[in-house]
Design a protein. Structure first.
Length: 360
C-alpha cells in the first residue's frame, strides 16, 4: 500500500478487488500479519496504477498475487473507507477463473466460501473496506429475501446526518392521504432527502400517473404496537413458534422497532393513482400481510394479474431510478438512507436513525 503523504491530507488510493466465483462459492484470502489490516480477510486485488484501466489492473494484480488468470464481469460496488494511511476507494467486480488455480504468494490463507455465508462466516473477520461489497454478495447469494430482523441489517451502522423532517402537505408536490393511517398525525412527514427523491420519481412516471403516499414517518410507540401485534397474531396461529422465529417472521410484514426505517423518516408506503386520483391495481391493498395474501404482497409475486404486474414495474422503475430501494415482501414500501438502503446499495452506513416526532 502507498505510504501516507506527510505534506497534507492522507491520499485517496484507487483499489480493485475480485469476487472470484465458482460453484456458488467466492474465493476469500487472509492478509499476512502486520499493518492496519494484517490478519483480516479480503477479496484479492490491489492498487490501480496511474492511467491504468481498472479491469486490466485487477487482472494484473490477480496474476501477481495468485498466479492465475481471470475474466472480469459486472461491478459489485464502489465504496470508500478511511484507514490511517489513506482512503481506499475500492471497486469490486464479479470474476471467474480462466486459467490456472489460485496459489498464495502474498496472503497466508485462502478459502472458498458459499456466497450466502460470506459476511456471517464465523471464521472470517473482514477488512472494513471490503464489508459493503461482501454484504452485497451475501444478499445476492440468499435464496429468500433478507428480512428486517436478519442480523445483516442490525450489523449496519448509522451515521446520522441530521437532515430534518419535512411535511409533504406544505407544497403538495406529492399527494398524500390519511385514510390508510388515520391515527398517525405525522403520516406525511419524511426526511428531506427522501421527499426530494419522491418528487424526482413522480416526474419520471408516465403522463397521467402520480404517486400517493399513505404513510411516511411513524412514531416509535406506534411501530412497537404494530410489530408486537403482528407477532402475537403469528403466535396465536401457531403457539409452538419459537420466539426468535416469530420475531423474524413478523419482520416480513413490519420492521422491528429498533431498526425500523419509518421511525427514522426514511421509508414511505405509497401507491399509484391516475389523473382523477383513482388508485391503480397493484395486486393487493397496502399493508396486506404475507399470510392473508398468500404472499401476493411480495413485490415479485407471480400470483397477481398482468395489469398489477405492469403497474408494479412502472412504480419500481420510477422509484429505483430516483435512488430508493424496495423491501421485497411489500410492494408499497420504499426507502432511502436507512439500513436496508445501505444493505442493497453497498453504502458503508445508513444516513438516518430514529428521530423524535416533529412539532405540529
Amino acid at each position: 500500500m502507498t505510504a501516507p503523504d506527510r505534506r497534507g491530507d492522507p491520499p485517496t488510493i484507487p483499489v480493485v478487488a475480485a469476487a472470484i466465483e465458482r460453484d456458488g462459492r467466492v474465493l476469500c484470502v487472509r492478509r499476512a500479519p502486520g499493518g492496519e489490516t494484517g490478519g483480516l480477510w479480503e477479496l484479492p486485488g490491489g492498487k490501480v496504477e496511474r492511467g491504468e484501466d481498472p479491469r486490466a489492473a485487477l487482472q494484473r494484480e490477480i496474476a501477481e498475487e495468485l498466479g492465475c488468470r481471470i475474466a472480469v464481469h459486472a461491478e459489485v460496488a464502489t465504496t470508500a473507507h478511511a484507514y490511517t494511511f489513506g482512503t481506499i476507494e475500492l471497486t469490486t467486480y464479479r470474476c471467474t477463473l480462466t486459467e490456472g488455480e489460485p496459489r498464495l504468494r502474498e496472503h497466508d490463507d485462502a478459502r472458498w466460501v458459499a456466497s450466502s455465508e460470506l459476511l456471517e462466516h464465523a471464521d472470517l473477520t473482514w477488512a472494513p473496506a471490503d464489508v459493503p461489497a461482501v454484504r452485497l454478495l451475501t444478499v445476492a447469494g440468499r435464496a429468500e429475501p433478507v428480512l428486517m430482523a436478519d442480523p445483516l441489517i442490525a450489523s449496519i451502522g448509522v451515521q446520522e446526518c441530521g437532515e430534518p423532517l419535512v411535511d409533504l402537505r406544505v407544497d403538495g408536490a406529492v399527494a398524500s392521504t390519511p385514510e390508510q393511517n388515520p391515527g398517525n398525525p405525522f403520516y406525511a412527514w419524511l426526511r428531506r432527502g427522501l421527499a426530494e427523491r419522491l418528487v424526482a420519481a413522480q416526474s419520471a412516471l408516465p403522463d397521467g400517473l402520480r404517486l400517493l403516499v399513505a404513510e411516511g414517518y411513524r412514531p416509535y410507540d406506534r411501530q412497537v404496537a404494530a410489530f408486537e401485534g403482528h407477532r402475537r397474531r403469528l403466535l396465536d396461529d401457531d403457539p409452538t413458534l419459537p420466539h426468535d422465529e416469530s420475531h423474524l417472521r413478523a419482520s416480513a410484514f413490519i420492521s422491528p422497532p429498533a431498526i425500523a426505517p419509518h421511525v427514522a423518516g426514511a421509508a414511505v408506503d405509497l401507491t399509484l393513482v391516475d389523473a382523477d386520483g383513482r388508485q391503480l391495481d397493484l395486486g393487493t391493498v397496502i399493508d396486506a400481510s404475507p399470510e392473508d395474501s398468500d404472499r401476493a404482497c411480495y413485490t415479485a409475486a407471480a400470483n397477481i394479474s398482468a395489469e398489477a404486474r405492469r403497474n408494479r414495474a412502472i412504480l419500481g422503475a420510477a422509484l429505483s431510478g430516483a435512488g430508493l430501494v424496495n423491501y421485497p415482501t411489500e410492494w408499497w414500501h420504499w426507502s432511502y438512507g436507512d439500513r436496508y438502503w445501505a444493505l442493497l446499495t453497498g453504502a458503508s452506513h445508513a444516513l438516518y436513525g430514529p428521530v423524535d416526532e416533529p412539532l405540529r
